[in-house]
Design a protein around this ligand. Structure first.
Ligand code: GLA
Length: 424
């Protein structure tokens, strides 16, 4: 879809931070110790944000029409009813600054205020994108030295969400503090703080999404600069390797997430795919991969920002994105992110504590098909639980009872996601 292999290489040259490498080593996680609640801005994001973003499908080509279509489809497909609310314009909307320094949108977005009014008329919210640098990742005008002016502009348009992408600011960091990484990181934190103050000064509640690829343990300082979410990784790609590698790099971050401030393992690729060369067909994520990706982003209390072609979504992808039981895991009001309890060969088991004493258990097959000759065996003992546990299989919708060491058959990259009302 977006990138063939040669194009992907060009992309990596353009966006050098984007590569996702190896999965993190699999270590059983200690019980979650919650840090003291941080000062969180604006009262927004008590649960992770849900919506759609233009980048993963449209990339540089997004237009006003695509955003309106996305808003229409969020309503028509039932996504809005399922909880999706933000329609987010990513990079490439920006035009030039006028003599007063006011930024204008480019010809793809003729009237941003009218677009915001349209999105709001559907009961949805509009998001936008910028960078603390002079230029965005795609080399469009960004907010350096215009932070207050840009924040006021967004508020005047009726913007509800800002994704603020480090990108061009790395040049400023390198130029002002060459060979001093610590000073560079302080500059980065200050740049994010500056935009937070500019946003707050508008008086408009604007969700503040940090995008700096997880540098300098952003989960430790994100809340102190008013972040409602922070990217924990480089860019996701529409393939299993990328999704699984990002998933594993989230183990250990649970204690940093909570109401108002969330880890962001990047936007959803559910329904997307990519080609390995100009003449090769697109390989879409399989049904199993779409299910696992969506279920695990819900387990991670991640922002659920769909990134697919909404007007041409298949019924199956729509059913995945609107599965209310899975969304309820993501949106659980306790805001406890899942932890990886154990891995055994191709098997990974994650759990998440939910409100009312409930629990979600995810069993992932990271390898090839595993059927009756060699099924997995789920160890409840390793989870500190005792069977039988009555629950609901959130993908089939059926009742299920989990017992210790029960055999589990799973196709390659598929997931068993079970909600247990009363774990014991
Ligand atoms: C970076 C971000 C992506 C996207 C692009 C836009 O790569 O990580 O999510 O916003 O920039 O240029």
């Amino acid at each position: 879809m977006r990138f063939s292999a040669p194009l992907a290489l060009a992309f990596l040259a353009l966006y050098p931070f984007a590569a996702i490498s190896q999965a993190a080593p699999k270590v059983p996680q200690k019980p979650v110790q919650k840090p003291a609640p941080p000062q969180v801005a604006q009262g927004v994001a008590q649960t992770p944000p849900m919506g759609w973003n233009s980048w993963n499908f449209f990339g540089h080509n997004v237009t006003d029409k695509d955003i309106r279509n996305a808003a229409d489809q969020m309503v028509a497909t039932g996504m809005k009813d399922a909880g999706y609310v933000y329609v987010n314009i990513d990079d490439t909307w920006e035009g030039d600054r006028d003599a007063s320094g006011v930024l204008h949108s480019n010809s793809k977005f003729p009237d941003m205020k009218a677009l915001a009014d349209y999105v709001h008329s559907k009961g949805l919210k509009l998001g936008i994108y910028s960078s603390p640098g002079a230029l965005t990742c795609a080399h469009f005008a960004a907010s350096l030295d215009h932070e207050v002016q840009d924040a006021q502009l967004y508020a005047s348009w009726g913007i509800d969400y800002l994704k603020y992408d480090l990108c061009g600011y790395r040049l400023v960091m390198n130029a002002q503090a060459p060979n001093d990484k610590a000073a560079q990181m302080r500059m980065m934190v200050a740049a994010y703080d500056k935009m937070d103050k500019a946003l707050k000064a508008t008086g408009r509640p604007i969700f503040y999404s940090l995008c700096q690829y997880g540098w300098d343990a952003v989960w430790e300082w994100g809340p102190s600069v008013g972040a409602n979410s922070w990217r924990t990784t480089g860019d996701i790609g529409p393939n299993w390797q990328s999704i699984y590698s990002i998933l594993n790099s989230q183990a250990g971050l649970a204690k940093y997430a909570g109401p108002g401030h969330w880890n962001d393992p990047d936007m959803l690729e559910v329904g997307n795919g990519q080609s390995s060369g100009p003449n090769n067909p697109i390989r879409y994520l399989t049904s199993a991969e779409n299910r696992t990706h969506f279920a695990m982003w819900a387990m991670l209390a991640a922002p659920l920002l769909a990134g697919n072609d909404l007007p041409n979504m298949t019924p199956e992808v729509r059913a995945i994105l609107t599965n209310r039981d899975v969304i309820a895991i993501d949106q659980d009001r306790l805001g406890h992110q899942a932890t990886r309890d154990y891995s055994d060969g191709e098997l990974d088991v994650w759990t998440r504590h939910l409100s009312g004493g409930a629990m979600a258990i995810a069993v992932i097959n990271a390898g090839s098909d595993r059927y009756s000759s060699h099924p997995f065996h789920l160890s409840l003992a390793k989870l500190g639980l005792h069977g039988p546990l009555k629950g609901k299989d959130l993908w089939t919708g059926k009742d299920i009872a989990l017992t210790d060491n029960m055999p589990i058959e799973l196709a390659s990259h598929d997931i068993l996601l079970v909600r247990i009302a009363a774990p014991k």
